[in-house]
Write a protein of this length. Structure first.
Length: 423
């Protein structure tokens, strides 16, 4: 077994830096997060014979996929672009695996590489101690009988794999307390079974917002999609092949701006002028925008057609919620039964990686951590955001989905292996 903390094997050792806190010295890297990124890193390390410990706040692997996504979710990219290093998807999985296919792939992946994360174990504070040159990660661990304990893990390496989508973002909105209907974030939406005949306002037109509107229509609800700024809508398939695959092929020969022009032109031929229906395209092309800001184009699986038919109604930015509904930036006011915020997610790194927390740094006169910005993402864009100083690594913050996470994971494992040999 390569992936278990030494407290399960031989009893904890006490760190000299914190005599009051019982600390577990990890014989390899500490990986925070058992999503695809953490699992991919641990598997890649395992193949290099390096043990690691994954700590995960949830009760199992891939929390986002098991608990924070809607029922109809499937991958928008073909499986070849979503697989983790060293293990293919089973051949019987469809080209675009469903959520449950993906979860079962991740479960087999963890099993295949003998990965056994410590569950119900949330990193609450991590810092590099210059006196012992080690990372100290404090975590809140909940035991099966419900007892909670603060534990500490100590290692020369810390791999941050908590994801770009760690916490739902719900914007503060005037009138929210007055609204008497239901309010959800997209991470809580499962399906539209309770929404038949209801007027539902969906705020945010990324992939989640668009696909929930499609789902709501199929359940007989009346969705209204609030759009704040531009968005690129591309059909999931163009010319009979996956749009993403086509883009990857074209990028081998052509610069990104030209590929973007081709994609937008083809999309216009296939689905028409999205701007005419209230979904204006940003000036920057879809791939260039994704690379620069992480903003993902919508890979449409049917919502746009319903927008054209008028089954999904586009409305402008929400100005405020009211007792019965919402007021919009264009002055209109409408009644709604419920509101779903499909307003995205954020990283939580700034809350627990203390070298990145300005207040903590000032209080303890710690050096500035140059690696993460205040939004909890690495300052250096792909492909340079995976390695910090003093054995700090970061996997899955490239703004490039699962493919980016896999690339990071392999780099991190090789780099740690290099240092491992020289210990
Ligand atoms: C609805 C949805 C669909 C998506 N579909 C695709 C797709 O089809 N293709 C694609 O390439 N990408 C997709 N993405 C992007 C997505 O970010 C990745 O697919 C993937 O889940 C990222 O993996 P990750 O391990 O980096 O992060 P996550 O999957 O978010 O995993 C991070 C893990 O860290 C844990 N964690 C967080 N904080 C702590 C803490 N303090 N202590 C301990 N554990 C912690 C979380 O519980 C979680 O299990 C999608 C994202 C969303 C939201
Ligand atoms: N099957 C798949 O592959 C799926 C993949 N995903 C992925 O998950 C990630 C998250 O997607 P998603 O949940 O859609 O989030 P996104 O971050 O992609 O989109 C958020 C949307 O909410 C809007 N928004 C944010 N804040 C506000 C605000 N204060 N007021 C009004 N509008 C606001 C944004 O508008 P603006 O542009 O103006 O900021 C944007 O339209 C993405 O990478 C996405 O591709 C999601 C669903 C399915
Ligand atoms: O769905 C996501 O969040 C992804 O990040 C997948 C993805 C990575 N690179 C892209 C480029 C265009 C569209 C989707 C993706």
């Amino acid at each position: 077994m390569t992936n278990a903390a030494s407290d399960e094997d031989g009893g904890p050792e006490t760190s000299p830096a914190h005599p009051t806190l019982s600390a577990t010295v990890i014989p390899g890297p500490i990986i925070v997060g058992a999503g695809p990124s953490g699992l991919a890193t641990a598997a890649s390390l395992h193949l290099l014979s390096i043990p690691s410990v994954i700590i995960e706040r949830s009760d199992g692997i891939a929390h986002l996929w098991r608990h924070q996504s809607y029922d109809r979710l499937s991958l928008h990219l073909p499986k070849q672009f979503c697989e983790l290093p060293h293990l293919h998807f089973p051949s019987h999985h469809p080209n675009y695996p469903s959520k449950s296919d993906f979860v079962s792939y991740l479960v087999s992946y963890a099993h295949h590489f003998g990965l056994r994360p410590l569950f119900q174990c949330a990193a609450t504070a991590a810092r590099f101690d210059e006196t012992d040159s080690l990372w100290h990660v404090a975590a809140a661990r909940r035991w099966p009988e419900g007892r909670e304990q603060v534990v500490e893990f100590v290692s020369p390496w810390l791999v941050v794999a908590t994801g770009e989508n760690a916490e739902p973002v719900v914007p503060e909105m005037k009138g929210r307390e007055a609204f008497k209907g239901g309010v959800l974030h997209s991470s809580e939406y499962k399906n539209g079974v309770d929404c038949k005949g209801k007027r539902v306002l969906v705020v945010g037109c990324g992939n989640s917002g668009m696909e929930m509107c499609l789902d709501l229509c199929e359940y007989g609800a009346m969705p209204f999609l609030s759009v704040r700024s531009g968005v690129h809508v591309l059909p999931r398939e163009l010319l009979g092949i996956s749009t993403f695959r086509l883009a990857m092929k074209l990028l081998k020969w052509l610069p990104v701006r030209l590929v973007d022009k081709i994609l937008v032109l083809l999309a216009r031929m296939v689905i028409g002028d999205t701007g005419k229906y209230g979904l204006k395209r940003p000036k920057i092309g879809p791939l260039e925008l994704k690379n620069a800001t992480g903003k993902t184009p919508v890979l449409d699986v049917g919502a746009f057609n319903l927008i054209k038919k008028g089954s999904i109604k586009i409305v402008s930015e929400v100005e405020s919620l009211t007792r019965n509904g919402a007021k919009f930036a264009d002055g209109r006011e409408m009644a709604f039964d419920s509101v779903i915020f499909a307003t995205g997610y954020r990283s939580n790194v700034a809350h627990w990686l203390k070298a990145n927390n300005k207040k903590f740094r000032l209080l303890h006169s710690l050096q500035d951590c140059d690696f993460f910005s205040d939004d909890g993402k690495p300052k250096y864009p792909f492909p340079n955001g995976w390695k910090g100083e003093n054995g700090l690594y970061c996997v899955g913050f490239t703004g490039r989905g699962l493919l980016g996470a896999s690339i990071d994971a392999e780099k991190v494992a090789l780099d740690i292996a290099d240092r491992w040999k020289n210990l």
